[in-house]
Design a protein around this ligand. Structure first.
Ligand SMILES: [Fe+2]
Length: 228
């Protein structure tokens, strides 16, 4: 677990949970203590403890996408706290609020979540920018890697366009990935654009070929084993 205070207005807490190196996040408005949890899974009790320790009032559960290892805790966390579940409109999973590209959500007084639709890993994948200081990339982009595109709803062509979107954003954004697959738990968007080999300049055709290369797809026996 690590705490980062990228601004006075927002508190970000990164929690490593479960057997697949998942990250769940708590994002809280410092002024009011109202909070959102991004991708609760596997260790809801830990998330509840952290909320209680910091006297936070959970208002929203936001999922970067609907794969089980990112939404597994939604139902229990929502039933205990009454928090509303927020997901991209393309998602098939249970949600209270459907959002689209360009949408936003205010948490408390000063925390604002902006949603960017980044399909490719799955059709409903989105990245979440918080207060122009941090981006939560789910399984779209990891530190030094990116999510696979060979699961249902995956699309290498769509990921190419999503990466173009990410390249247009502020490189200073702190980058918080959906899994701890890199050599450090947090990066910046600029650092990933500079050094992440999956973001290296490629034509669309080269990128699609690169993403569908056999060596990049996970094991069929355990589909969550790699870059889920
Ligand atoms: Fe995923």
């Amino acid at each position: 677990m690590s705490t980062n205070k990228p601004s006075e207005a927002v508190m970000i807490l990164q929690l490593k949970v479960g057997d697949y190196k998942n990250f769940s996040y708590i994002v809280a408005d410092a002024a009011t203590g109202e909070a959102a949890v991004i991708d609760p899974a596997w260790e809801v009790q830990l998330i509840l403890e952290k909320l209680k320790e910091r006297n936070l009032n959970l208002k929203f559960i936001v999922n970067t996408h609907a794969h089980l290892d990112h939404i597994e805790g939604n139902a229990s966390l929502s039933s205990v706290t009454g928090a509303k579940i927020v997901m991209h409109a393309n998602s098939y999973a249970k949600k209270d609020i459907a959002v689209k590209d360009g949408g936003s959500l205010k948490v408390g007084k000063n925390a604002i979540l902006h949603f960017i639709h980044t399909p490719g890993h799955s059709s409903e994948s989105m990245c979440i920018i918080v207060n122009d200081i941090a981006i939560f990339t789910g399984d779209t982009l990891f530190v030094g890697e990116c999510g696979r595109v060979d699961l249902p709803g995956g699309d290498a062509n769509a990921l190419y366009d999503s990466f173009e979107k990410l390249r247009s954003l502020d490189p200073k954004l702190a980058l918080y990935p959906g899994h701890d697959y890199g050599n450090r738990p947090v990066s910046t968007l600029g650092e990933e654009i500079r050094s992440n080999y999956t973001l290296a300049k490629r034509t669309r055709e080269e990128f699609v070929k690169f993403m569908l290369n056999e060596s990049r797809v996970g094991s069929k026996e355990d589909p969550l084993s790699r870059l889920s």
